[in-house]
Design a protein around this ligand. Structure first.
Ligand SMILES: [Zn+2]
Length: 241
């Protein structure tokens, strides 16, 4: 039933607190650099328009002939033979801290080269270097970039034209699930979004992720399992290493 009072209250709240932290969801009345709640910078955005809308590249339109000819072939991920993906797939990998999400993402990347990896939380760091050495991943066609802006993310995608793009950890960016989905759909490859879980098991940041992704993989205690997929049955899984 339409509740006039509560929608009035929501409209008033929108007017009084038009900004929101993309990291923790805290509303604020002013556009600030830092979130007053989680103290992270660069995550505050307006609720009714987003600066990212001015940055996102448009997806070119297609006629029915070219669209019908588009590749739909499902493929296997070499390092994880039980994992199947398709062209233009938007994949969500989620799990608690320390579950080996980044390791899983790197091994997927290794199978789907050329790849472009954005370590959005960890950065291009000795920790990442150590992980690569442990996994014996030394390919030149897996590139790591740490752009400071979303425009930088799209410029890097444009510059490298990777088959696989990894956004690790997506909760540290202001990209919405819809943005990542449109990035995936505009390409023939795969976009992997890695998202950390909160203590209660929910996802940090946006909750429409599991609904929008083509494939949702849970990673926990060194194991991965397919929770949802349009390419295969849901019981697939295995060990991350
Ligand atoms: Zn915050």
């Amino acid at each position: 039933m339409y509740d006039f009072n509560s929608s009035c209250a929501a409209a008033l709240t929108d007017r009084a607190y038009p900004f929101e932290c993309a990291g923790c969801g805290t509303r604020s009345s002013r556009l600030t650099e830092w979130c007053l709640n989680c103290a992270r910078s660069g995550l505050i955005c307006a609720r009714t328009w987003r600066p990212v809308d001015k940055i996102l590249p448009p997806t070119p339109g297609l006629n029915a002939k070219s669209l019908a000819a588009m590749d739909q072939k499902i493929f296997r991920v070499g390092n994880y033979p039980d994992l199947f993906l398709g062209p233009g797939a938007c994949v969500l990998g989620h799990g608690p801290p320390g579950a080996m999400k980044s390791t899983w993402a790197l091994r997927v990347c290794e199978s789907l080269r050329p790849a472009l990896y954005f370590p959005l939380e960890e950065g291009i760091s000795p920790v990442l270097a150590g992980r690569l050495r442990r996994l014996e991943i030394r390919s030149e066609d897996i590139v790591f970039e740490m752009p400071r802006t979303l425009a930088g993310v799209f410029a890097a995608v444009e510059a490298h034209s990777p088959f696989c793009i990894v956004l690790d950890s997506i909760q540290c960016s202001t990209l919405s699930p819809e943005d990542v989905l449109s990035l995936a759909r505009s390409r023939q490859g795969v976009v992997l979004a890695i998202c950390q879980e909160r203590k209660d098991g929910g996802l940090k940041g946006n909750n429409s992720w599991p609904h929008l992704a083509d494939c949702v993989v849970k990673i926990d205690e060194g194991k991965w399992s397919v929770e949802k997929s349009r390419y295969q049955a849901c019981n697939a899984g295995g060990s991350v290493l």
